[in-house]
Write a protein that binds this ligand. Structure first.
Ligand code: DX5
Ligand code: ZN
Length: 235
């Protein structure tokens, strides 16, 4: 299976990754088509294990089933304990990119290696309480940092504006150590909050509720997010 990792994308572009968590789960294939034709750049898959976070979502069989219905890069966000155990199953199911949580893993370097062995790009996510400094030893070894702008576990929560300086700090670190790094933000992102976080240096935005449940449709919602392109600091 040919992978389409995030390294195929320019990190100076504002990229939109709709979170499937907010879709109608009874109609996944048509929901994916809907955001694909509306201009989504990637598809964000939230994988929760009921242990690392107090919620359960989907496993590899669901990912394999939807793989047949989409050409989009599957941006897989593992919110699970012991992520290394599931790298291969999610890759085999069709993940192109895999992000795991720094807080869930005691050997991030091994997990990064396992992800790369599968031909996927690798990302690390940090929860709101984890500082940017925790990433220093990994930033030049990964392709993406995912900054949670809500506590992971549920869609539809409010954006935490106090994460803005953290994104700026990570962009500064990336300038020195890994200029091609994608910085993704996840949680409470819509047409308003995107304008607060992109100037700090986030170039990839996850949006569940704001895209799948937009009153004026997914295309208008994705356009509102893409409009923040002009606020992205050139790096
Ligand atoms: C939360 C998930 C998010 C969530 C975002 O744990 O990681 O991806 O689906 O949903 P919204 O955009 O509705 O905040
Ligand atoms: Zn997510």
């Amino acid at each position: 299976m040919i992978k389409k990792p995030v390294t195929d994308f320019d990190s100076r572009r504002l990229l939109v990754s709709p979170s499937l968590l907010a879709a109608d789960f009874a109609n996944l294939s048509s929901e994916i088509k809907r955001v694909e034709t509306a201009g989504a750049d990637l598809l964000h898959l939230d994988i929760m294990d009921g242990h690392f976070v107090p919620n359960l979502t989907m496993g590899p069989p669901v990912v394999a089933a939807i793989r047949k219905h989409s050409m989009l890069t599957f941006d897989t966000h593992l919110m699970i304990t012991n992520p290394i155990q599931y790298v291969k199953p999610f890759s085999k199911a069709g993940a192109d990119h895999i992000t795991f949580h720094l807080e869930s893993d005691d050997n991030p370097n091994e997990t990064i290696r396992a992800i790369r062995e599968e031909g996927c790009s690798a990302g690390i996510s940090i929860k709101p309480a984890t500082p940017a400094s925790a990433l220093v030893n990994y930033i030049d070894k990964i392709d993406l940092v995912l900054v949670m702008t809500v506590e992971p576990g549920f869609g539809g929560q409010s954006f935490m504006a106090d994460m803005i300086p953290k994104v700026a700090e990570i962009r500064e670190l990336a300038e020195r150590l890994n200029p091609r790094l994608h910085i993704e933000v996840d949680g409470g992102i819509d047409g308003e909050t995107v304008r607060q976080i992109v100037p700090a240096g986030a170039n990839m935005v996850v949006a569940g509720t704001a895209v799948f449940r937009a009153e004026d449709g997914a295309q208008a919602a994705i356009e509102r997010l893409h409009n923040a392109q002009k606020l992205l600091p050139v790096h």
